[in-house]
Design a protein around this ligand. Structure first.
Ligand SMILES: [Zn+2]
Length: 391
């Protein structure tokens, strides 16, 4: 429904509520004799496409009692949706202050006020409102979800975990994959602060909560590499293939570096070749090409890339092939290759490397929570031709 239609519908509802109130034979307080004039004035604003003024007038017309509470909720929602948060807050605070409100109406008004504060970005007030409602039968689960949203925004991961567990208890639905992500956030903070033991604990809990958590394996690999446990690091990175092979590009680089450190580039080649043969993907192809080049020279690498490009064409593969041949070319051939390389560079310049499977959000770097739709675990490396994954 368009904004204008919605406003018109609300105004009609307000007018109807007022009329019904009058016909129920309620006594007029002094000054109420002027109400019809106000009502006409409101209608006039509406007809002149001044919905804001119309709403103002109609709001003054209705008293808050049991019959008009619903209308106030509708009006408060309308203001919040239009971004007029201060007016929404005033309406809901006004409702809460009424002694005639029953318990159900009061808790709903509180919840709506919490949503107003969320919309206004006043998270501390929203938090204290939703905290009052966590044990409410009707609004408890919804309030827990809002609190979790607040703690995510504030990056208070321990609290996000605590309240997600409460939500699981209250709804009977598990959110293990998201809890694992929160523990990964804590593990990352700990790694950043050099607290390897604390990081290790959070990684273990994450993998226990969600054995498919790729991020926990990547962090485990990073942690093990940092403290010199090379074998454990390789084992952790290799686990990614069984958890979700689409994330293999994230493990290829670190594994290559680890074997490099041990002076075993042949093992890195074995790992990358295995990944490429089983799952394909441009990142694995480029890793194999780089290792072939180092171990067996430009000609072997170039022949491998050319052969694979015939089977699976890709711009990034072509770009690498040109680079491999450039050094050995002379004169006119070299000029042509330079022109081609500029073309492929331009084609690759603005390509996203990751895409959200839920909302299609494109990114150059990996986000574990989608900046677009806020889902966890929904961004994946792009393996297809048009995007392609960076090596
Ligand atoms: Zn998304």
């Amino acid at each position: 429904m368009s904004n204008e239609l919605l406003i018109a519908a609300i105004v009609v509802a307000l007018a109807a509520a007022w009329f019904l109130g009058r016909r129920a034979g309620r006594r007029l307080a002094s000054g109420d004799a002027q109400l019809p004039a106000h009502y006409l004035q409101g209608l006039n604003y509406l007809l002149n496409e001044q919905p804001d003024k119309a709403i103002e007038v109609f709001t003054k017309l209705i008293e808050v009692d049991s019959e008009t509470v619903e209308t106030h909720f509708a009006l408060g929602n309308l203001f919040r949706r239009r971004g007029e948060v201060e007016r929404a807050i005033r309406i809901h605070q006004n409702l809460i202050a009424r002694p005639t409100l029953n318990k159900t109406q009061r808790t709903q008004a509180l919840y709506e006020l919490g949503l107003d504060y969320m919309r206004a970005g006043i998270l501390s007030r929203a938090e204290s409102v939703f905290q009052q409602l966590v044990d409410d039968d009707a609004w408890g689960a919804a309030s827990l979800r809002q609190l979790i949203e607040i703690y995510q925004q504030e990056r208070e991961w321990a609290k996000a975990i605590e309240f997600t567990r409460k939500l699981e208890q209250s709804t009977g639905q598990a959110h293990s994959a998201i809890v694992a992500q929160y523990h990964c956030e804590l593990a990352e903070q700990a790694l950043g602060a050099g607290q390897n033991d604390a990081a290790g604990e959070h990684i273990s809990i994450a993998l226990e909560a969600d054995p498919k958590c790729v991020r926990a394996s990547l962090l485990q690999g990073r942690r093990a590499a940092a403290i010199g446990e090379v074998d454990a690091a390789v084992t952790a990175y290799a686990r990614v293939e069984h958890q979700d092979p689409e994330f293999l590009p994230e493990a290829l680089g670190p594994v290559e570096q680890l074997y490099e450190r041990m002076g075993q580039p042949d093992k890195a080649l074995e790992f990358a070749r295995g990944a490429y043969e089983k799952h394909g993907g441009i990142a694995a192809l480029l890793t194999v090409a780089d290792l072939l080049r180092r171990l067996h020279g430009d000609a072997t690498a170039s022949a491998f890339v050319a052969d694979q490009l015939r089977k699976r064409p890709s711009v990034r593969g072509l770009h690498r092939l040109i680079e491999l041949n450039l050094e050995h070319s002379r004169a006119e051939a070299r000029e042509n290759l330079i022109v081609l390389k500029e073309l492929t560079s331009r084609l690759l310049a603005n390509k996203p490397a990751y895409r959200c499977k839920q909302c299609g959000f494109n990114a150059k770097s990996l986000h574990w929570q989608c900046p677009g739709c806020k889902n966890w675990n929904s961004l994946k490396p792009i393996q297809s031709m048009e995007g392609e994954t960076a090596a």
